[in-house]
Design a protein around this ligand. Sequence first.
Ligand code: 1GP
Length: 281
Amino acid sequence: MFLKNRKIFDNKPFILLFYLFRIKYIAQNIFGIMKTYSYMVDIIEKKGAVYLLLIDPDKISGEKLRSFVSACDKAGVDGFLVGGSLLMGGSLETTIDVIKQSSKLPVIIFPGAVHQLYKHADAVLYISLISGRNAEHIIGKHIIAAPIIKQMELEPISTGYMLIESGTKTTAEYISGSLPIPRNKSEIAVATALAAQYLGMKLIYLEGGSGAQFSVPKEMVSAVSKAVDIPVIVGGGIRTPQEAREKVEHGAKIVVTGNFFEEEKNWKLLKEFAEAIHLKK
Ligand code: 1GP
């Protein structure tokens, strides 16, 4: 029996086929599974930074969502994050379906909980709350989510998520039961971000929290961006194109806005935000 198998392996075309499958598998891992991450790296290369719009399914739906997505598309937004720390009734699935019907831009789930996963999204930020010490948010929920992500064939983008003190207590802080990093302690943020990079994470998210009173300080954005080699995302409390630009000028490679565009009267500023974030023209 053993000798019989040996004969098969001695067969050169068989070996060639074996290696071709291996190469295909490796290529799928790099170019297939990491498709959305590669897309963002590519945008960073071409435009200097990525602009993502966070959509909260509780805040917008139906025709208004369709119009908003089209407006984002026209304005030069690079993609969408969908999710929230707390979903009060809005549907993540319907929101993603509507975005997908209205735009070709990638949709990345920004999960506030394990049940916020959906196979029609392009990717999921696989966030570990590394600024906190709550094991459930560092690794616990991830174990529950991992088999679901695999089954859905979603691209997980490993993200070191850091809450930064932003004036008042934010929903993310309250729900996660974790202390944010003090605004004036850039060295803690740097050490935490470096640890995430050494653990193999693909992104660092400096989060002021949705609707934050103050966005992440530029000094901290700069210190963290200089220390790590992976892209730094900055979000929370960004309300003007100038503020968004300042984050990019201090090293942010991805900027997220959410709250500000929940008011329709602000949609006219989408293009200005996109242009401010895209440093390279
Ligand atoms: C929140 O960083 C995002 O998780 C966006 O924050 O809603 O304040 O823009 P805003």
